[in-house]
Write a protein of this length. Structure first.
Length: 346
């Protein structure tokens, strides 16, 4: 019996490697041999996961994150290109600040130093406006230019001006979701709650972003559509990087599966177990677990924090940690893994 286990991070509780370590203990005790694969779509902890697949570090530089803290930021070398994980500077675990007080401007420090920028796992919901402000776009109020605009400043923005220093960026950008920034089932409404936004704040951000991007469209003389696919990653950074700054936006999941050669191993398992903190409709919209499920053969099981999806017919079994997993993630993960072992051992 060939068993493959794939785990993304459990956001806010366990890294992918920590998840697999707990499962490995339970499976070894049950004398079940398995292969263990940490996976990522380019979001939080993607650097650590890529290093697991022997991707080398190019260099480590000190950079300021979005609250001004100096941190050692690792840059990887993948196929002669420099890779950087955006969550290192704007990650959801970097700060306890409210998302309305945070901007994406910190990424401007690395834009000119990398070839591949991965998005995902951010705490920002500024639609990339902070980054644009640092790259040559002035967002103005009636009193003048707003320096480093954050969502709390959006209501005061009355005009947009393009400086002479503004220019396109030739990057490959990896997205961890294909969801749109605005429109129906927007990224702000889907991911806003996990970034600390309530319903009123979600509505405010969406309304102001739509208004500001209309002004930006008029200033640039191009049609910008934040309701199109692949624009919602990292609170809208994929939108401004792809549609305004001219980057090549591609799937982070597909990139990861290709550079690690993991795609060639997926179909070899008779039993495939996928793990993530929460499986819902967004898991099938560009997330790495959803991409893996497209390729696996044989029996499929979900083992994770929470399953919140209408259709469970794709799985032979679903094993959740549930609400208790937030308080005791390792213990509840082991309990769920024991239940899974009983089913596949029958």
């Amino acid at each position: 019996m060939k068993v493959n286990i794939y785990s993304d991070k459990f956001s806010g509780t366990l890294t992918a490697s920590a998840v697999l370590a707990e499962i490995k203990t339970i499976f070894r005790n049950a004398s079940i041999q398995a292969s263990y694969f940490p996976v990522t779509d380019g979001g939080e902890d993607s650097t650590e996961i890529l290093k697991h697949y022997n991707i080398p570090i190019q260099h480590t530089l000190m950079k300021r994150d979005f609250v001004g803290n100096w941190i050692p930021a690792e840059f990887l070398k993948i196929n002669n290109e420099i890779y950087f994980e955006s969550a290192k500077l704007i990650g959801i675990n970097n700060s306890s600040h409210h998302s309305f007080d945070l901007s994406s401007a910190a990424l401007s420090q690395v834009i000119d130093e990398v070839d591949v920028l991965s998005l995902g796992g951010s705490k920002t919901v500024d639609g990339g406006i902070g980054l644009l402000s640092a790259r040559g776009v002035d967002f103005c109020s009636n009193e003048g230019i707003i320096s480093d605009p954050k969502p709390k400043d959006f209501r005061g923005i009355t005009s947009v001006k393009i400086r002479d220093s503004f220019k396109p960026v030739g990057l490959t950008v990896l997205t961890d979701t294909s969801i749109s920034l605005l429109g129906n089932n927007s990224a702000i409404s889907a991911y806003g709650p996990q970034k600390g936004l309530n319903k009123k704040e979600i509505t405010q951000v969406e309304r102001h972003l739509e208004r500001i991007f209309d002004m930006l469209s008029a200033e640039l003389g191009i049609q910008l559509d934040p309701s199109s696919e692949n624009t919602g990653a990292a609170g809208g950074l994929s939108f401004v990087l792809g549609k305004v700054l001219g980057c090549n936006v591609i799937s982070g999941s597909e990139y990861f599966l290709k550079v690690t050669n993991l795609s060639s191993k997926i179909q070899r398992g008779e039993i495939s177990i996928v793990c993530e903190g929460k499986f819902d409709k967004t898991s099938l919209r560009g997330k790495v677990i959803g991409e893996i499920l497209k390729h696996v053969k044989g029996e499929k099981y979900f083992l994770g924090g929470q399953y919140d999806y209408i259709d469970d017919n794709d799985f032979n079994g679903i094993f959740e940690c549930g609400p208790k997993g937030l308080a005791n993630p390792k213990e509840e993960l082991r309990n769920s893994a024991r239940k899974l072992v009983k089913q596949i051992s029958i």
